[in-house]
Design a protein around this ligand. Structure first.
Ligand code: TYM
Length: 332
């Protein structure tokens, strides 16, 4: 029997953060067995913010190695660069013509990113969610595992698919979003009311990168913002403590109530140390594998080449069906 398809993506705009791992890639690895999965380094999306070419190239390769290191075997998953499969761009153009400006105007990430990059509010930043819809619909993905911040983009992808199907028949699978119950929004260690994000790197203590050395990780957790009542429990009015409990639960495979029970009667200092240690322990094997992968250029090259070929093959039938549906002349 054919397995249902998963698609998800990661921007190579820096080294992945702990948020990316706990909110996304840990779930990707868990879902790999039951689905036919494509995990894509979305370098085309990264261009919406000005990038240094050499840095983008090196982060892209680095990100692909992280996907493997984080447990996504290239033998079982399709791992590739978005720019290596031109069908993404071709479908994005078509879907632009089936997306309303009113819908794009409502995208909160566009508003946030525009506010942060006032000098470069480019058209790509605006139509970014359409390219994201193309990524997903191109492969007939039925499930898209992402963090909470991507929910609105996924809703748009569904609406575009439904609209297109409404006009032309069942061309696209309408994808469901998968957002994990715990870890879908890991917050900054210094600003626990805001998502941990690599684009908010002004304060390096705010975010943990997957490549951080153990001492750095422990130090960042020791400095994490808490509150003044000294009670370790998960609650909306305690964003710092709740975030630490969430990270601990995700890093150790425990539930939030189990994490709360474990720290009953302890102080914030102990909590911060134990969470830091749990993260160091979780990341260590990933870091070791990543270092080995980066040292084996030939192996990575093969993964990159084979991933692109496999993804292009999977994308081709959908793109052909779409071109036929909209009335492009067929090649003769
Ligand atoms: P990106 O590169 O910002 O993040 C990759 C994945 O990590 C999740 N994530 C988080 N989860 C929990 N807490 C956090 N602090 C945190 N930070 C990041 C994100 O939700 C995401 O799942 N637009 C996407 C990339 C993309 C994509 C796609 C995703 C392009 N096309 C198609 C799914 C399907 C993005 O910028 O992710």
């Amino acid at each position: 029997m054919k397995k249902p398809i998963i698609f998800s993506g990661l921007q190579p705009t820096g080294i992945p953060t702990l948020g990316t791992v706990l909110g996304a890639t840990e779930n990707w690895a868990r879902l790999s067995a039951e689905y036919n999965c494509l995990y894509c380094v979305v370098d085309m999306h990264a261009l919406t913010i000005r990038q240094d070419p050499e840095t983008l190239r090196s982060y892209s390769r680095n990100a692909l190695a992280w996907l493997i290191a984080l447990g996504l075997s290239p033998d079982e998953n399709t791992l590739y660069f978005q720019s290596h499969v031109p069908a993404h761009g071709e479908l994005a153009w078509i879907l632009n013509c089936y997306t309303y400006v009113g819908e794009l105007n409502r995208m909160t990430q566009f508003k946030d990113k525009s506010a942060k990059n006032e000098e470069n509010i480019n058209a790509g930043l605006y139509t970014y969610p359409v390219l994201q819809a193309a990524d997903i619909l191109l492969y007939q993905a039925s499930l898209v595992p992402v963090g909470e911040d991507q929910r609105q983009h996924l809703e748009l992808a569904r609406n575009i698919a439904l609209r297109f199907n409404g006009i032309y028949g069942e061309v696209f699978t309408v994808p469901d979003v998968y957002i994990a119950p715990v870890g879908a929004k890991i917050m900054g260690l210094q600003t626990p009311e805001k998502k941990m994000s690599k684009s908010e790197a002004e304060n390096e203590n705010n975010l943990v990168l997957v490549s951080d050395a153990p001492e750095a990780i422990l130090k960042k957790f020791k400095r994490a913002v808490t509150d003044s009542d000294n009670e370790i429990r998960f609650a909306e009015e305690k964003p710092g403590i709740s975030n630490l409990l969430t990270i601990f639960a995700c890093a150790t495979g425990k539930t939030i109530p189990q994490a709360e029970a474990e720290f009953a009667g302890q102080g914030y200092g102990q909590l911060k140390t134990r969470v830091g240690e749990a993260v160091v322990e979780m990341l260590k094997p990933y870091q070791d594998t990543h270092a080995k992968l980066m040292a084996d250029g030939a192996y990575l090259d093969t993964v990159i080449k084979e991933g692109a070929a496999k993804a292009a093959d999977m994308a081709a039938p959908t793109l052909t069906a779409v071109k036929k549906a909209v009335g492009y002349p067929m090649p003769v």
